[in-house]
Design a protein around this ligand. Sequence first.
Ligand SMILES: Cc1cc2nc3c(=O)[nH]c(=O)nc-3n(C[C@H](O)[C@H](O)[C@H](O)COP(=O)(O)OP(=O)(O)OC[C@H]3O[C@@H](n4cnc5c(N)ncnc54)[C@H](O)[C@@H]3O)c2cc1C
Length: 381
Amino acid sequence: MQEFDVIIIGGGVIGLSIARELKKNGVERVAILEKNGVCGKEASSAAAGMLAPQAEADKADDFFRFCQESRDLYPQFAAELLEEKGIDIELDQTGTLYLAFDEEDLEEIERRFEWQQAAGLPVEKLDEWDIAAVEPNLSKFVVGALRFPLDWQVENKKIIDALVRRAKNEKQPEVVPAEIDDLLFNNGKVIGAKSFYREFFAPVVVIASGAWTSLINYSENVAESVKVTPIRGQMMTFTSPNLNYGEKLFQHVIYSPRGYIVPRRDKRILVGATVENVGFQFGVTGAGLASLLEIAFEISPQFRNLILKKTWAGLRPKTPDGLPLLGEYPENSGLYFATGHYRNGILLAPITGKLIAEKIAKGVDSPFLKIFNPSRFVNNS
Ligand SMILES: Cc1cc2nc3c(=O)[nH]c(=O)nc-3n(C[C@H](O)[C@H](O)[C@H](O)COP(=O)(O)OP(=O)(O)OC[C@H]3O[C@@H](n4cnc5c(N)ncnc54)[C@H](O)[C@@H]3O)c2cc1C
């Protein structure tokens, strides 16, 4: 029998961030139960690493503010990971462009410009000449763009590397290979979790199991509240080997209304991503690759000469309203959820870790833990 202060089910960027913050808040015995045995191999590695609240949002609602707050934590998060673990997560603050190719796209960027400006957000409108000056390698069919100077990017795999790297003599968190099927309760209070082979005990259990969240057995009300669907995203990456050291074909993260490209420090350029409701299928398909190539070629003719390096797919965890599931479940003391981050889990890792850990360790309540509490689905029915 193994006992801990907190058990976290799932070692993706969300579970790992919570574990780090628990440690900062003085919680000693933390276990991450991970079905793969190794942390961070799923959506958190598949992601494109964009920190893009403004490029992704349609309005300034609670979720947008949540995303903004997490984005604002990133400079300190990056500095702390460098200091604690010696790993540079490559926070790139050049900004993001959102391109228009025709009248319809221009209307879309005008609409976005208006609400973002009215909300007091930093956003710039660029014409063809401005765009050619900042990104000379884009398609000549680009007719306008928005620039979001505060939408950034990171190398998400380096975040995982940093979060799993232990300092010398550090024993926590303990990563235990285990696929959890069931939770253990005593009079409605959670007391642990169970795999086919083993039981683990703790007064606090955090579900951070991403797209697999709904596969765990819950009580009827909880099951009603945590319907998480896997949404496949296919990606590809190119390299530009003919560039000299320090040269980059593109400076910004660049969105079209159909997809995006992300230029990385090591000359790779990521192209993403499909959005497909196909269950637990990881395959990269012909149709997926074709749509990614369309996105790439629309943004820049340069892709015709770049070298295709790799393709992959990951599963985003999506809830019925597209918003995360965060906080303690009201009917089951000690049972926490930190999942359903869908398209924004990398962006939201710092704030999720902070709020969940502060609630567990110190009882600090954030309004976001109420707004995104999973019980919203039961209350509304
Ligand atoms: C193609 C693609 C591009 C993306 N781009 C971005 C982006 O640019 N910016 C951004 O912010 N977000 C992006 N995302 C979304 C982001 O990747 C996810 O929201 C985030 O990684 C979710 O993190 P997680 O820790 O909840 O899930 P995961 O990383 O999937 O981790 C969940 C972990 O739980 C484990 N697990 C599951 N069930 C169990 C169980 N029963 N027992 C034990 N372990 C279990 C899994 O093995 C896994 O390791 C993208 C996602 C995809 C697929």
